[in-house]
Design a protein around this ligand. Structure first.
Ligand SMILES: Cc1ncc(COP(=O)(O)O)c(C=O)c1O
Length: 395
């Protein structure tokens, strides 16, 4: 019997909560999962009900039972007051920033943010009269010096996209809150399972559900969760924009939620095994993985995070573009593709010099980002051996 409630699940462990949250089988004729509700129009039973609007659903854009099931489950898992769903991770970032800003405001954006987040800030946010300033991801409490009376939001992403810096989130949140500034964080790398964002002072947390929540590279979804202080404003901004997610994607995400912890733990284990193996390779100069001792953010990661996901980066010893291309082309299991977090392992080359403005990215060689999937680690090592053989032959 599924008889748990949000209250009785509070003292249960993570896996149990993931298996139970957001499900109401006896409102679905006993079926275990909430089905896909497709719909725009919602009928009201009578003129009195229409007048009172005291019903849970009124219009497709404002939610369906499938959407609500995921919103409620995510709020429970993330320790949030409210969650809303958007059609992609990037639209979730945009919604969070639009919730926290207005014309004339000043926004502090971490220099290591996901590059399309920068594009949103540099184009739409600026066009709507928000002054955008990038800051060093390692600034910590020093962020206070950048805050102005007009600062309304600070955006964090930890670890940073591609370059993997760990931010001192509690220090930044404390500086922000003492000035009434909203703390927004892109928490897609860790998910709330490995970094409960609202416990660390984040007001609006963004998750690209496309990544680990999906886990299967077959959907796009964004989630924004809010603490009690920001829930009303988030809901109002969401309702005004109606950038709502599709019901099939919410349903797939609910399916992904049930195995999220198992997949993350496995991807953490495999990611660490590969990161350690790569660090010992003669072709590798540095591995950027916060769970490794040599990572500059390791102490902060250990203090604040409950684990690592399977996404990390590597700096190769100096070699030419052709050698990097030969490495990538020789791989048979690792795919060359951007959207990480799925069961298939991926790799991409990257160069943060192309977009950084507040800090310098000066690696000693070409950089690669790996997303470790669910294949056998020994086969993944064999695959990387093929890549390195290709690299050496082309050098
Ligand atoms: C850190 C981060 N945030 C947000 C996104 C955007 O997610 P989506 O692809 O769903 O727009 C990505 C995508 O790669 C990402 O890496």
């Amino acid at each position: 019997m599924t008889k748990t409630t949000k209250e009785t699940r509070r003292n249960k462990r993570c896996r149990t909560r993931l298996a139970q949250a957001g499900r109401k089988p006896f409102e679905q004729h006993g079926f275990v999962n909430t089905p896909v509700y497709r719909g725009s129009t919602v009928l009201f039973e009578s003129a009195a009900v229409f007048e009172a609007r005291g019903v849970p659903y009124t219009y497709g854009t404002k939610g369906t039972p499938t959407i609500r099931a995921l919103e409620e489950a995510w709020s429970e898992i993330a320790g949030a007051e409210l969650t809303v769903l958007t059609p992609s991770g990037l639209s979730a970032v945009a919604l969070a920033l639009m919730t926290a800003t207005k014309a004339g405001d000043h926004a502090l954006i971490v220099d290591s943010a996901y590059q399309p987040t920068r594009t949103f800030c540099d184009t739409v946010l600026r066009r709507f009269g928000v002054e955008v300033e990038y800051y060093d991801p390692l600034i910590g409490a020093g962020i206070a010096a950048l805050m102005r009376p007009s600062t309304s939001v600070v955006l964090l992403e930890s670890p940073g996209s591609l370059s993997m810096e760990i931010q001192d989130t509690p220090a930044i949140a404390s500086a922000a809150h003492s000035r009434g500034v909203c703390v927004v964080m892109d928490n897609s790398w860790a998910t709330p399972l490995l970094f409960p964002p609202h416990e660390h002072g984040v007001d609006l947390a963004v998750e690209a559900g496309t990544k680990y929540l999906s886990g299967h590279s077959d959907m796009l979804l964004g989630l924004v969760s809010a603490n009690a202080a920001w829930a009303r404003r988030l809901r109002a901004t969401f309702d005004a924009l109606a950038i709502c997610a599709g019901p099939e994607d919410a349903w797939l995400a609910l399916r992904g939620l049930r195995t999220l912890e198992l997949r993350l733990r496995e991807q953490e284990r495999a990611g660490l095994a590969l990161a350690t193996w790569l660090a010992a390779r003669p072709e590798v100069s540095r591995v950027l993985h916060p769970a490794l001792d040599q990572h500059p953010g390791h102490a902060l990661w250990k203090r604040d995070f409950l684990g690592a996901s399977g996404l990390f980066s590597v700096i190769l010893k100096p070699c030419g573009r052709q050698a990097v291309a030969a490495f990538l082309d020789a791989l048979e299991i690792f795919g060359l593709g951007y959207s990480w977090g799925g069961y298939q392992s991926l790799v991409i080359p990257f160069d943060c010099r192309l977009f950084r403005t507040a800090t310098q990215w000066a690696p000693t060689g070409p950089a690669l980002r790996f997303s470790v999937g669910l294949e056998d680690v020994e086969d993944l090592k064999d695959d990387l051996e093929l890549g390195f053989a290709g690299l050496r032959a082309a050098r």
